[in-house]
Design a binder for this molecule. Sequence first.
Ligand SMILES: *Cc1c(COP(=O)(O)O)cnc(C)c1O
Length: 417
Amino acid sequence: MNNEQFFEQAQIYIPGGVHSPVRSFKGLDFCPRFIKKSDGAYITDEEGKDFIDFCMSFGPLILGHKHPKVQSAIVDAVNRGWTYGACEKYSLDLAKFIIDRISFIDKIRFVSSGTEAVMTALRLARGYTKKNKIIKFNGCYHGHVDSMLIKSGSGLAGTSTASSLGVTENCSKDTLVVDLGDLDALEKCFQDHDDIAAIIVEPLPANYGLLVQTEDFLRKLKDITKKHNALLIFDEVISGFRVAFGGMAEITGITPDIVTYGKVIGGGMPVGAIAASKEIMDHLAPLGGVYQAGTLSANPVAMCAGLANLEILAQKDFYPNLEKQTQKIVSTFKEWLDKNTQHSIISHSSLFWIVSSDQAISNVDKIPQNLGEKFNKLSNLLLPKGIYLSPNAYEVGFVSQAHTDEVIEELKKRLWS
Ligand SMILES: *Cc1c(COP(=O)(O)O)cnc(C)c1O
């Protein structure tokens, strides 16, 4: 069957033919590619066509597809068994490895997704502070937990409304939504509400384009939460282990009270994590009154994949090398984009965003209209050339260690073919 036939079938059995909406190629002329296998920087669809992959499973695969060390860690783990629902040493190894290298966390708990990590972090912040409300920012994504599917209400500042059906009004009342960079609105939230438990932010917002923030803004978040006895939650599900081993917290030197991880932490297996000081983490059950649990949490296969992955990231020069490759890729794209489309390319660390604007974009207001239409045109050019971007105008591109000079040569060849 070809991609079209697979997708037709999939739509019969699966809502929209997908298990996560960003995979659906909605608004694009092409239907989703059905991926059969992958290797390094390449994915191959059911029709046998290969693509240079810049989606990389939306971020986890920082070493590329099927890295041999991660693969053998997975195979070895499976050979021992794949879930026990009991204590094992693999999650301990991973916990120690991470905590030894990230100074502001004393304890960590593993879950199975970024969403779950955020959900737990919010509950923990509320349980710890005994307060209810959470401030989030327009343009930051924190997974599909009810209280984060909230956008600002029309009209009055500080009001909020659900961005998904099925989220109750009561739930949306406890989330206050503010624009990135708007310190006045933040201050006003704290003046109007005395029960704010936490501010949650993507310190490098990368789910609605790439909205790079100033260090000064992030530092002010720390100051304002401290002043009002609220907690600062860095959602580093994308940026953790991606921009540096210790994520944006390491790069900026700003320490959040709670941090969430996902994506890269599991090396491509389903892992999320919540980490903080001992004082805060000990509020989780069974020690404390904040309940959290998971049948498959800290799955031993995923823990072994995660550790094998992180061991490589902890090696000297891993991140500088990855950024060097990213710069080469960015300039390769830039040269081609300048001649062929109206897009430009923004990058940070090993992330990039191809966007139809040449201005700095740091909040949602600055994102140009009709982005989707222009992205469709771009994807009509790139996909037939065998170049696979995350299939949505608002998703960023990810570079991996497998994007070698050889792959970049191939990228040039494909772009200009
Ligand atoms: C991807 C992401 C999530 C959600 O993680 P899932 O594993 O998809 O549930 C949450 N927060 C951020 C910042 C993310 O990038």
